[in-house]
Design a protein. Structure first.
Length: 256
């Protein structure tokens, strides 16, 4: 029997919150933490500076995990200002967001670089949360499934079946990020099923069925339950609403 696919509420703080604000948010979120079932996870993807502070707060909590928002594609060396996957692993970090659309756009991260970043993570036991998603113009052209399928192939299909079984995918349509314009649950389900079909065609059903696919793009307390209720939507990667403890707690509760 296949194990139950993980259902994940992931917070992506992006470049937000000062240190006192982090403390206040963690107090609200974790003083009485929502307890999770064995197939549920909460991931906090926080700026590098706050990783250690958050790690200390969640280390005794079942199912709560810590993520970096990025790592460098090389193992080590003369890359001033960068952070390697090995450094993250040595600090007890379990997950790393790779290829967020903001990094693809503003840091011009290419598919080839992202494939390398995925490798650096897996080499040191970090689980990549691999992001994909189309722009509004691609969506309007009707080529979104092809576009996202190509991102998934380019970033991940060099992996063995065993390696890809250990990753998480996040589908985040760029037109829905930070815009308040969420994909409808039907649009999300359609794309998630398309991504799973791409995975199935290459790796087979058993592998594809194990890989959590999160939806991201204006997830909030009021729409989380409907989105997470879709067959192929295994939780969310949440930006703006993850900065508000009340909202994010309701989003975690929507995993149930
Ligand atoms: P949003 O961001 O929830 O603020 O739309 C999601 C993301 O970019 O991860």
């Amino acid at each position: 029997m296949m194990t139950m696919r993980k259902q994940i509420a992931a917070a992506n703080w992006k470049m937000n919150l000062t240190q006192p604000e982090v403390k206040a948010l963690l107090d609200q979120l974790l003083t009485e933490p929502i307890s999770l079932q064995s197939h549920e996870e909460v991931v906090l993807a926080v700026p590098f500076l706050y990783l250690e502070q958050v790690r200390q707060r969640i280390e005794s909590l079942n199912g709560y995990r810590l993520a970096a928002q990025n790592c460098h594609q090389k193992t080590a060396g003369a890359f001033t200002g960068e952070v390697s996957a090995a450094m993250l692993a040595s600090m007890g970090i379990k997950d790393c967001v790779i290829g967020h659309s903001e990094r693809r756009e503003y840091q011009a991260e290419s598919d080839a670089q992202l494939a390398e970043k995925v490798d650096r993570c897996l080499e040191v036991g970090i689980r990549p949360i691999f992001c994909c998603g189309e722009s509004l113009s691609v969506r309007e052209s009707g080529k979104q499934n092809e576009f996202v399928g190509a991102q998934v192939r380019a970033g991940l299909f060099h992996l063995s079946a065993e390696s890809i079984s250990g990753i998480v995918i996040a589908y985040e349509p760029i037109w829905a990020i930070g815009t308040g314009k969420t994909a409808s649950s039907a649009q999300a389900q359609e794309m998630h099923a398309a991504i799973r079909a791409v995975l199935t065609a290459h790796y087979g059903k058993e592998v594809a069925e194990q890989i959590p696919i999160l939806y991201g793009g204006s997830v909030k307390a009021s729409n989380a339950a409907e989105l997470f209720g879709c067959t192929d939507v295994d939780g969310g990667l949440v930006g703006g609403a993850s900065l508000n403890a009340t909202e994010f707690r309701q989003i975690i509760a929507a995993l149930k």
